[in-house]
Design a protein around this ligand. Structure first.
Ligand SMILES: Cc1cc2nc3c(=O)[nH]c(=O)nc-3n(C[C@H](O)[C@H](O)[C@H](O)COP(=O)(O)O)c2cc1C
Length: 274
């Protein structure tokens, strides 16, 4: 049975029941005039969302030994406005030209700290964020992947896509794989986890917006997935386990500025059930 270390300060608790009513799995109960408590036998149904802890107006409740005083106070006045969010989404771009310089470590660390708050399907912290935080390491990774691809092609790999990318990179010196980006953010998850692919993509979608809000360029790297599936050794070079699901986004200081947002041709279908 899970030890939730659930405690309520009986002096400051107003008995408002907000925590009881917000628990998604009805792990809490409250008798008339008493403080909330855990329903005996339902401890294992708690999946650690901390909604009880977060909703308590007086900070009277502790779970998992957490001190409410250590939490950020939620203040919607500090949120981006709907207009600001829309502007960011419309004006983020897939950047394919980068400065050859590192993003300061504290900027990357700040993004990684915010990424801890990305939701996952079962509220588990099982995602792995693999970061290339130095352009020289990125140079090494790029070279290793292209060399592995050359070896595979020499050994008979039949992939026009891989052959084409290698040709562009070696003959023309055009990095179509990572577009010269100094950094990579690769998110992975054990494939057996429920919603692994969704959790990975969601984390990268949040990453993209967090990076854009800091003036960084990003681009999703579908090509790396194609290489990983076709070329032996790429999965290992990325530090991935045999069955981990992954996706990646390369990023860095953009060497290109867009003056305006594009205008999407056509619109995605919007359906309404009645
Ligand atoms: C899942 C995914 C994979 C992508 N893979 C690549 C890629 O490997 N190389 C690339 O240059 N762009 C890639 N892109 C970028 C798309 O081409 C780009 O988002 C699209 O053309 C729209 O441009 P925008 O992002 O600037 O609005 C990818 C985008 C997504 C969402």
């Amino acid at each position: 049975m899970k030890d939730l270390r659930f405690k309520v300060d009986g002096e400051s608790c107003s008995r408002c029941r907000l925590c009881v009513d917000d628990c998604p799995n009805r792990v809490l109960t409250q008798r008339d005039g008493a403080c909330p408590e855990v329903v005996a036998g339902r401890e294992d149904l708690c999946f650690g969302c901390q909604h009880c802890f977060a909703i308590c107006p007086s900070g009277s409740l502790s779970i998992f030994g957490l001190d409410p005083a250590g939490s950020e106070i939620r203040d919607p006045a500090g949120f981006p406005s709907p207009e600001a969010m829309g502007r960011l989404i419309r004006n983020r771009r897939s950047v394919r030209k980068y400065e050859r310089e590192n993003v300061p470590a504290e900027v990357i660390d700040g993004i990684l700290a915010d990424l801890q708050y990305v939701p996952t399907a079962q509220n588990k912290r099982y995602l792995k964020f693999t970061v290339v935080d130095d352009y020289r390491v990125m140079d090494g990774l790029r070279e290793r992947i292209v060399s592995l691809a050359e070896k595979a092609l020499a050994g008979g790999l039949d992939s026009r896509f891989v052959a084409g990318v290698v040709k562009y990179m070696r003959r023309d010196g055009v990095d179509v794989l990572f577009r010269g980006a100094p950094h990579l953010m690769l998110v992975s998850a054990h494939e057996g986890q429920v919603s692994a692919a969704q959790d990975v993509s969601l984390a990268l979608a949040y990453f993209e917006l967090l990076a854009a809000s800091r003036g960084l360029g990003t681009c999703w790297c579908g090509f790396l997935g194609v290489f990983e599936r076709a070329v032996p050794g790429v999965r290992e070079a990325l530090g991935l386990g045999a069955t981990d699901a992954f996706y990646s986004v390369y990023f860095g200081p953009p060497a290109v500025r867009y003056a305006r947002a594009p205008q999407r041709l056509g619109t995605s279908a919007i359906a309404r059930l009645a």
